[in-house]
Design a protein around this ligand. Structure first.
Ligand code: PLP
Length: 434
């Protein structure tokens, strides 16, 4: 499988190059040069496969010839060591629970898979790689968890001091060993600036091999296709039209769904559900893509003003707005609506949902109303466990939500972080000393 840049379909890279570089030389994102169709036989018998078996069949297509099949299987089994069950809340709506990974968010799928792929690729070359990652909360913990004790890899996480939740901070700062947490006296944007500057600083790149682990890495996208296939397998017996509602920020999750469809997965429609950072729903309704500064909301993992995977979506559809418009319905919601939705789901269906999933649920309800199609099975992607957003959910429905055991253990551990200012020189010195 070859990968090209979203800026130039003519230049191609191997899977190895695409994963290690993270971003193409021309600044574009890597995307498969063509999307392979899976055999009909696979879809005919898919309900017999486990999530991990499906993952292996799907992943092979993207990594063909570059990692042996037995190694891909080992990577899949090690990374995707949890399931993605559907929880039925009504006759035609299910919640796809993507929070059974160690950091309780769907980002565990991508981060753990990428970690194990990268570890295989660098060990194969006998090199030491330093991963720099700026986080506003969820990405950092999933990445840290995925790379913890992975040989050949050091991880440096930059997070904005006092701007992430206590759970998130503990999830980042309690590892030690090959994981270093830097507490930056600044904002998330400062963290991102420091990382970007280091990547183009020759003094640093001469000394160490840097790699990024953010959502643009192609190795994070591939594993996010797996659970779309698994949901189809779980719903296949109903023989209805499947609609996925995807709470969206940087659009990585949605892009993975679109790729799954191109591989042959029969999906009737995708829904891009956003908070008031509604850049993509606005594009779907107007064909104008206008990035903005992000606005803070209670569904903070979707506070994105310039969604990075937009470039991949338009590339997948050759910039054909009409096609994209036909495939995806977009909708956006305020914090007030989000809270009402959390309350309604709890009072009517006894289901506790997190603020991101709540937005997906609202968008699905709107779509079902609009389409009037009785033959639809709606699936809402629940992207995080409600306890990750304890304060919001708790104050919305006024009950003590259960905190998973794994989180209780982390909360007991000691925070280990290095505090630095947001000055580049201080960060650089620290990197060179490491
Ligand atoms: C990252 C994240 C999202 C947004 O996913 P994208 O792939 O960036 O669109 C939604 N919900 C949660 C909980 C997240 O952590």
């Amino acid at each position: 499988m070859n990968y090209c840049s979203t800026n130039n379909k003519g230049v191609s890279s191997t899977f190895r190059e695409a994963v290690i570089k993270g971003i193409a030389d021309d600044g574009g994102l890597f995307i498969p040069s063509f999307i392979p169709k899976l055999p009909t036989l696979f879809f005919d018998s898919i309900e017999k496969y486990s999530l991990q078996e499906i993952a292996l069949e799907v992943a092979k297509n993207f990594i063909e010839n570059e990692i042996p099949n037995n190694e891909i299987k080992r990577i899949v089994d090690k990374s995707i060591s949890f399931d993605s069950p559907l929880f039925k809340i009504s006759e035609n709506i299910s919640i796809l629970e993507l929070f059974y990974g160690p950091t309780l968010a769907f980002k565990d799928f991508g981060a753990r898979f990428m970690a194990n792929v990268l570890s295989y690729l660098v060990n194969d070359e006998n090199q030491q790689v330093t991963i720099l990652v700026a986080t506003s909360g969820d990405t950092g913990s999933a990445v840290a968890n995925g790379f913890y004790r992975v040989e050949g890899i050091n991880v440096i996480i930059l997070y904005p001091s006092k701007k992430i939740s206590e759970i998130q901070e503990k999830q980042l700062t309690t590892f030690g060993e090959n994981i270093t947490a830097l507490e930056i006296d600044g904002t998330f944007d400062d963290c991102q600036r420091l990382v970007k500057t280091a990547f183009v600083d020759k003094d640093i790149t001469r000394e160490m091999k840097l790699s990024s682990a953010n959502s643009i890495n192609i190795a994070r996208l591939i594993p996010q296709t797996f659970y779309y296939f698994k949901s189809f397998a779980d719903l296949k017996y109903k023989k209805r039209k499947i609609v996925f509602s995807v709470p969206s920020g940087n659009l990585g999750n949605l892009t993975a769904g679109l790729i799954a469809k191109k591989m042959g997965l029969p999906v009737h429609k995708f829904i891009a559900a956003s908070n008031i950072n509604d850049i993509f729903p606005k594009y779907l309704n107007s064909s104008n893509f206008e990035p903005k500064t992000s606005i803070k909301t209670i569904s903070n993992a979707m506070d994105v003003g310039n969604p990075s995977n937009f470039a991949r979506i338009i590339s997948l559809y050759n910039n054909d707005y009409q096609k994209i418009h036909k495939e995806i319905y977009g909708d956006s919601f305020t914090d007030e609506e989000t809270i009402l939705s959390i309350q309604e789901l709890y009072s009517k269906n006894k289901y506790i949902i997190d603020p991101h999933g709540a937005i997906g649920y609202l968008a699905l309800l709107n779509y079902l109303k609009l389409s009037k199609d009785k033959d639809i099975d709606g699936v809402v992607l629940e992207t995080a466990h409600p306890s990750k957003f304890y304060d919001v959910v708790n104050s919305a429905i006024n009950i003590n939500i259960e905190i998973p055991e794994s989180v209780k253990i982390i909360m007991q551990k000691e925070k280990k972080s290095i505090s630095i200012s947001s000055n580049y020189s201080e960060f650089k010195e620290l990197l060179l000393r490491k």
